[in-house]
Design a protein around this ligand. Structure first.
Ligand code: 13P
Length: 289
């Protein structure tokens, strides 16, 4: 099976009120962990990489392996670049075969965000590549992007409507109180704001900062119109904790196959848990575009 655009996956999820997990992978091992988990759960999935990972591994290498994974594990898999601020990297990803891109110009004033997003929509949408953009500012740390708590800003519902009208963007990430990275306290999700945005905007909405949100709150977000949940921190933590444990128990371990396998399994477990929570398992027969 070839990689699919995330547009069909996300539209189906929004329409039928379930969520698609979008998992940030930081190594090829993690990429295959996500694909294997999706296959075992018969779930559609989005594999995503930040621009830092694109720079480290190369868009070609990532896309080649994602394509291979979708042949080996035939469930609908989309490949997405997360929080990209650089037009040239978006082009590189599209050329390599990514099927979904996020242009994050949320740090700019509204009109500039529109302008930068439109530039990407113009090249991506005719190629059936999904475009995600952000409004407001999600707090926390995501790879190279750091937004202090004091600078985090929630999305304004009226601006969401206007932004979609002006850009034609197919997926929107409105900041609604979640944050990237490790939460210092429980996230304060602004449910009335999600409701107001979702009532006026038909495109699937994206829940950034998906790690460690209590299950009931995730379900509520999905029921209100969020269709994609991004998870990075929990995967990284599980992967790294497995490696740490292995070396604590066996400080002289020197066969990478043994410890990487354990770490991969832990990452896989997290992906499967999230698929259960999002109710995407068993949804592999969604309507493709
Ligand atoms: P977490 O850091 O909560 O996993 O969020 C990831 C994310 O939103 C990536 O865009």
């Amino acid at each position: 099976m070839a990689l699919v655009s995330s547009t069909g996956l996300l539209n189906d999820a929004r329409k039928n009120q379930y969520g698609i997990g979008a998992f940030n992978v930081h190594s090829l091992d993690m990429l295959y962990a996500v694909a294997e988990a999706a296959y075992e759960m018969r779930s559609p999935v989005i594999i995503q990489t930040t621009t830092g990972t694109v720079k480290q591994l190369g868009a070609d290498v990532i896309a080649h392996n994602a394509k291979k994974a979708s042949e080996l594990y035939p469930v609908p898999i989309a490949l997405h670049v997360d929080h990209c601020q650089e037009y040239s990297i978006i082009l590189e990803c599209i050329r390599a075969g990514y099927t979904s891109v996020m242009i994050d110009a949320s740090m700019h004033p509204f009109d500039e965000n529109v302008e930068k997003t439109l530039e990407v929509v113009k090249i991506a949408v005719p190629l059936e590549i999904n475009v995600e953009a952000e409004l407001g500012k999600v707090g926390g740390v995501e790879d190279e992007i750091v937004v202090e708590d004091k600078d985090a800003e929630k999305a304004i519902p009226e601006e969401c409507v206007e932004f979609i009208r002006q850009t034609g963007v197919q997926t929107l990430a409105p900041a609604i109180g979640t944050a990237h990275g490790i939460y210092s306290g429980p996230p304060e999700i602004d449910f009335p704001r999600i409701e107001k945005i979702a009532q006026n905007v038909e495109v699937p909405l994206v829940l950034h900062g998906g790690s460690a949100i209590p299950a009931e709150e995730v379900k509520k977000c999905i029921s209100l119109g969020m269709a994609k949940m991004n998870v990075s921190t929990e995967l990284k933590n599980a992967y790294s904790a497995a490696l740490q444990k292995h070396f604590e128990e066996d400080p002289k371990a020197f066969d990478p196959r043994s410890y990487f396998l354990k770490a991969k399994q832990e990452a896989k477990n997290i992906v499967k848990e999230k698929m259960e929570l999002l109710e995407s398992s068993g949804k592999q027969q969604f309507q493709r575009v």
